[in-house]
Design a protein around this ligand. Structure first.
Ligand code: DI6
Ligand code: FE
Length: 403
């Protein structure tokens, strides 16, 4: 054999079963070769070229999936809202608590008071829980600062988390999350600050990979969100939106008109919103942790999203108010049990479709040559176990960029 036909690589994982998530089905006797942190071959051993590896890892028949991707989190925040949880147990609603100055604004106060280092330290506990389950890429939103300085502080903390651990961090600027008290009665004035000061500063500092908003009766109107989207576009940033969580404000259709990467939550989404998302290729990010924790009774229209061909992702929505969840595996279980997603949809929802929701499908989300060598190696007999178990963590090893 001539040396040119030999593929040289840093590491070869062999005797593995692969769920590549490319749509081509699973591979029973698979190998993955990695060079310089990227996959150079992933597929069946029989079809593999001759490979010369510096390091060979025998997987003893274990399953390998792409490293998991949590594409919607509010990981960076200070404090917690256990007290509001008790109020809700006693009968208060999320909206009532929010209107009484609790909710997002109470986390805002704690987050403004915390230093950047304190935010990083608190978030690392949550990040480590997600990493322990095989997460290799995570999206982190701002949105509890609600001022120029505090929003930038949150985004810097998110970037620091990516430097502190072997994980890829994508940031979303969510300054349009709630109205800070100093702008009471002047939502349009606050949106002006978001558009004219916060978005430009975050963009200029390279701190935001996308811009998000909360389009809701207790958040911002579609007209206000549209101003945010226009400012994001002017600064070359893609958009996404919290839409139709508590009511139908037609935010998803607005997001789709702006080519949004994703519209998230979607419990109250209507057919026009579904059609607009399908047309724009906007991903539906489903957040069963929030659905469960708020005891919402109306699930998102999964069957109609599926029929329309809207890609569906799944995420934790890790946040102190409506989804204090740091397990993406549990989000998968809830996606199946509460939202009736299939096992295949749950797995795709935390890999390929989550990558799509972050605009990163060219880099992560499937096991394919050219992509980052981000792997989760599992002690399971079949992929359905990842969705079926509650509270188990069958992760054997996690690989980020080949390491
Ligand atoms: N929707 C949510 O579920 C979170 N934010 C949002 O826009 C809740 C955030 C919180 O209550 O702190
Ligand atoms: Fe959220």
């Amino acid at each position: 054999m001539s040396s040119e036909s030999v593929l040289t690589c840093d590491c070869l994982w062999q005797d593995a079963r692969l769920a590549p998530m490319t749509g081509a089905g699973v591979v029973d006797d698979g190998v993955i070769a990695c060079r310089d942190g990227r996959i150079v071959y992933a597929g069946s051993r029989a079809d593999a070229p001759a490979i010369e590896a510096a390091d060979v890892v025998d997987c003893a028949g274990r399953w390998i999936t792409p490293g998991l991707i949590d594409c919607h989190t509010h990981l960076v925040h200070a404090g917690n809202r256990a007290h509001e949880f008790e109020l809700r147990l006693a009968g208060a609603s999320y909206e009532e608590i929010a209107r009484a100055g609790g909710g997002i604004v109470s986390t805002m106060q704690a987050t403004r008071a915390a230093s950047e280092a304190e935010l990083v330290e608190a978030a690392l506990l949550r990040l480590d829980a997600l990493i322990a389950e095989g997460v290799t890429t995570i999206e982190i939103k701002s949105g509890y600062g609600l001022s120029l300085d505090a929003e930038l502080k949150m985004l810097r903390a998110a970037r620091q988390l990516g430097a502190a651990r072997g994980v890829t961090v994508r940031t979303s600027l969510l300054a349009a999350h709630a109205l800070p008290p100093e702008f009471a009665g002047d939502a349009d004035g606050y949106i002006g600050l978001v558009c004219e000061a916060i978005i430009p500063a975050a963009a200029q500092a390279g701190l935001a990979d996308a811009v998000d908003g909360f389009c809701e009766s207790i958040g911002f109107t579609p007209a206000q969100i549209e101003r945010v989207f226009q400012a994001a576009q002017a600064h070359g940033l893609p958009v996404k939106l919290h839409a139709e969580q508590l009511s139908n404000s037609h935010g998803a259709a607005l997001a789709a008109r702006y080519g949004a990467l994703s519209a998230d939550h979607l419990e109250h989404l209507d057919d026009a919103g579904i059609a607009a998302m399908a047309e724009a290729g906007t991903v539906a990010v489903l957040l069963p942790g929030a659905f469960y924790f708020t005891r919402e009774t109306q699930p998102p229209p999964i069957a109609r999203l599926r029929a329309a061909g809207v890609p569906m992702a799944l995420a934790t929505d890790c946040n102190p108010g409506t989804s204090p969840l740091t397990s993406l595996l549990l989000a998968m279980n809830m996606g199946a049990t509460l939202l009736r997603l299939t096992v295949e949809e749950c797995l795709a929802g935390v890999t390929r479709e989550a990558a799509r929701a972050l605009g990163m499908l060219d880099r992560v989300g499937t096991l394919e040559a050219g992509k980052a060598c981000d792997l989760a190696i599992w002690d399971i007999e079949r992929p359905a176990e990842l969705v079926y178990r509650i509270g188990a963590n069958p992760l054997h090893r996690r690989i980020w960029r080949g390491q």
